[in-house]
Design a protein around this ligand. Structure first.
Ligand SMILES: Cc1cc2nc3c(=O)[nH]c(=O)nc-3n(C[C@H](O)[C@H](O)[C@H](O)COP(=O)(O)OP(=O)(O)OC[C@H]3O[C@@H](n4cnc5c(N)ncnc54)[C@H](O)[C@@H]3O)c2cc1C
Ligand code: HEM
Length: 362
């Protein structure tokens, strides 16, 4: 009933939350338009999962741990719950019966409890955020920069994972970026950031960040890691800055002694945009287990022409490979379809979520 009114409901919810509990306002970014509906969408996700308690608990646990970086405390949950239920009651109208109200109160309490306990357990073992200093910044053209940061405290992650980043220029605006390297001895992490048109955080990282600036990192996330693979034969498919996690995975295969065979397809619209190709070619020269192919979709060149999903269909078969896909959502979607159509089981196709990760997990 309320889903079609999501936009309006979200505005009302935040309005009463900030009016009744002004102390929580500073936790949220100043302009919240892009994010506004996330809370409601996560509730809808929770409703979807209600008959799968295991997935539900996993989802809420993940959400609770992720909230630590916002500075959320257990004491804030009743305030949010009260405003949320009042909002639902207002928009559901006569359908908001005492039974429904009681069920939602119970459901919110359960979700909040799972989020709070997950956050408390997490607090015992690691920080909520890791300050990190920019130690290197290299512009790669086409609005892409490689930013290398050094966290001030040990930061454990696995190759292929991504991190959330808050910059000093856009406080409270957390955005996700994949780490482009396997864990290094010096503890540094390199991010490949593409400035999107009108983008706030990406624009700041590409055009403003300089050596010495300090950003904040949230905990590492993502299941696109080498340990998720069943096979020794791996297919990596990367478009644009989607190369970052794939590059990290290639380094990880090398770190583990090159026991895997890796076929890497790198795609772009034009040769000039075939970002990172030279770097990967150098890696392929060093490692006999790595084959790399560049595909260009919008230009006539000698070599492979076409979009990545089409090229994949031509080269297979891939049903005995684990596939790792990374890049624009549409490319990943089409590549996944092509692979599934050609017999790769879904469990062997790995990719990151396209949007807010907490909304796509599990
Ligand atoms: C799991 C995950 C991993 C990611 N890894 C990387 C990475 O390694 N490198 C990287 O550069 N980005 C990556 N992203 C995207 C990144 O998190 C941001 O969404 C992106 O940098 C835009 O943020 P912004 O604050 O600059 O834009 P916003 O201020 O949020 O958006 C401004 C405008 O840009 C539009 N916009 C937002 N994102 C995009 C986009 N991707 N393409 C085109 N238009 C957009 C919005 O609709 C809006 O109109 C990743 C995202 C996820 C979910
Ligand atoms: C059942 C309870 C809750 C649910 C389901 C929920 C859900 C969400 C989701 C899905 C996001 C987006 C996360 C992301 O972008 O990575 C989010 C962001 C956020 N939440 Fe919650 N949340 C809950 C409770 C709370 C509470 C109690 C607070 C404290 C006041 C809070 C504060 C925030 C803040 C500050 C953000 C960041 C907003 C932004 O970046 O625009 N949340 N929440």
């Amino acid at each position: 009933m309320v889903e079609p009114l999501a936009g309006e409901i979200t505005v009302y919810f935040y309005a009463i939350l900030f009016a009744r509990y002004p102390e929580v306002r500073p936790m949220f970014p100043q302009g919240m338009d892009a994010q506004r509906d996330r809370l409601l969408r996560s509730l809808l996700r929770i409703v979807d999962l209600v008959d799968e308690p295991e997935s539900l608990v996993r989802f809420c646990g993940h959400l609770g741990r992720d909230h630590r970086k916002f500075g959320t405390l257990s004491a804030h949950f009743p305030a949010v719950g009260e405003c949320l239920l009042d909002t639902l009651a207002r928009y559901a109208g006569p359908a908001w019966t005492p039974d429904i109200a009681a069920a939602w109160t119970k459901a919110y309490g359960t979700v909040a409890q799972v989020m709070i306990s997950a956050a408390e357990q997490d607090e015992a073992v690691r920080p909520a955020v890791w300050p990190a200093t920019v130690v290197r910044r290299v512009s790669r053209g086409h609005g892409i920069a490689e930013i290398t940061v050094l966290p001030h405290m040990a930061y454990e992650y696995a190759a292929g994972q991504y991190v959330s980043v808050e910059t000093p220029w856009w406080p409270k605006r957390w955005r996700y970026y994949s780490v482009a390297n396997a864990p290094r001895e010096d503890g540094t992490l390199t991010l490949h950031v593409r400035a999107v048109v009108g983008g706030s955080v990406s624009g700041a990282l590409v055009h403003r960040a300089a050596v010495g600036d300090v950003v904040q990192l949230g905990p590492p996330m993502g299941d696109m890691v080498l340990d998720a693979a069943e096979h020794d034969e791996l297919l990596f498919v990367a478009g644009g800055t989607g190369l970052a996690p794939v590059r990290a995975l290639v380094e990880e295969v090398a770190r583990r002694g090159g026991r895997h065979q890796v076929e890497l397809f790198l795609g772009a619209r034009t040769v000039a945009e075939l970002y990172g190709f030279d770097d990967m070619l150098r890696m392929a020269q060093r490692h006999h287990w790595l084959t790399i192919r560049g595909a260009v979709s919008h230009e006539h060149i000698p070599g492979i022409r076409g979009s990545l999903p089409d090229v994949l269909a031509d080269y297979g078969p891939w049903y005995q490979h684990d596939a790792f896909l990374s890049g624009p959502a549409r490319m990943v979607d089409l590549a996944r379809e092509t692979l599934t159509h050609n017999g790769t089981p879904a469990r062997c196709i790995h990719h990151d979520p396209f949007e807010t990760p907490v909304l796509s997990t599990p």
